[in-house]
Design a protein. Structure first.
Length: 108
């Protein structure tokens, strides 16, 4: 008849899973986790501030672009061009004469 079975590794496992070591490992892991969490939260907050600044800059640039587009439209208007032509004493042409391909324009 055999007696109770004894595991040859039971002594090694009990020393590996020692409550003091396990507690120390758990505390160390908790502290590291807290620091990683604080780093991630701080980084996210910093990125959020930067994103809001970029969005504000985008809005300001869009408004500036709208103003420039309006200025371009005003400068290109026919009434403005006619007004500038009158200020420069230009006259309106009634008869157009186009130069053909056989006509010499410049002589060397």
């Amino acid at each position: 008849m055999r007696g109770p079975k004894s595991n040859p590794l039971s002594g090694n496992l009990s020393s590996f899973f020692d409550i003091g070591k396990l507690r120390s490992l758990l505390i160390f892991t908790s502290i590291v986790s807290v620091f990683v969490y604080l780093f991630v939260v701080n980084n996210s907050a910093t990125l959020g501030i930067a994103i809001s600044e970029y969005q504000r800059n985008i809005y300001e640039l869009q408004e500036q672009n709208r103003g420039l587009q309006l200025q371009i439209t005003n400068l290109m208007s026919i009434s403005r061009i006619e007004g500038m032509a009158n200020e420069l004493n230009m006259v309106q042409v009634d008869h157009y004469s186009y130069i053909g391909g056989d006509t010499v324009v410049a002589v060397k």
